[in-house]
Write a protein that binds this ligand. Structure first.
Ligand code: 2AM
Length: 182
């Protein structure tokens, strides 16, 4: 064991955080159920690496640095949804309306990079999402979700970030370790 808890993600700029935060405040004035995530920690995970040696992070970033990542693009957020389903939500998220194909390509590149660093294959399909709240025990949020209009927000994506997750009493905090430009 030991090692660092690492993941590869797309970061959000401050403007996007403010826009998402104010959209939620406007349409969910009572706040989301469960434990909402903090706006300053919001991100879109591409590949969770787990608890790994620091060198694994270096190898993953090194691989990505050598890969054709397709250049910068613009993604657009969309509706709020829930995993595994709204009637029994454990995670509430903000979904991606446009650019999901590019995010999936970046997730596939991160998967290749993880393989090259000797990690086990990820068996869960990639579903781009920004986690807004973790709900335990699960709740039926279908009525709530229906009241939240999709957020028409475009954000530029120009880099992949390697984050270290620090688990703490008030939830996890994420620290940027390194990044690669697209
Ligand atoms: P989530 O937001 O859907 O929970 C840091 O934990 C990031 O890695 C989170 O965005 C989390 O996704 C993601 N992640 C993916 N698989 C994970 C796992 N097995 N354990 C913890 N986090 C995981």
């Amino acid at each position: 064991m030991g090692g660092l808890r690492l993941f590869v993600a797309v970061a959000l700029g401050g403007d996007a955080r403010l826009r998402i935060d104010s959209h939620l405040s406007e349409h969910v004035p009572g706040g989301l159920p469960g434990r909402p995530t903090r706006p300053d920690q919001w991100h879109l995970t591409l590949r969770f690496l787990g608890s790994v040696a620091e060198s694994v992070g270096d190898r993953v970033l090194g691989w990505l640095d050598q890969s054709d990542l397709g250049g910068p693009f613009t993604m657009r957020f969309g509706p709020v949804g829930a995993f595994p389903r709204p009637a029994k939500a454990t995670v509430m998220w903000l979904g991606v309306e446009d650019g999901g194909d590019r995010l999936a390509a970046l997730a596939a590149a991160a998967e290749d990079a993880a393989m090259s660093a000797g990690l086990q294959a990820e068996d869960r399909p990639f579903r781009p999402h920004l986690t807004l709240s973790r709900v335990r025990p699960p709740q039926d949020v279908s009525g709530l979700i229906d009241t939240i209009p999709p957020l028409d927000l475009r954000v530029p994506v120009d880099r992949m970030v390697l984050y270290q997750s620090h688990l703490g009493r008030g939830g996890a905090t994420y620290e940027e370790v390194d990044h690669v430009a697209l």
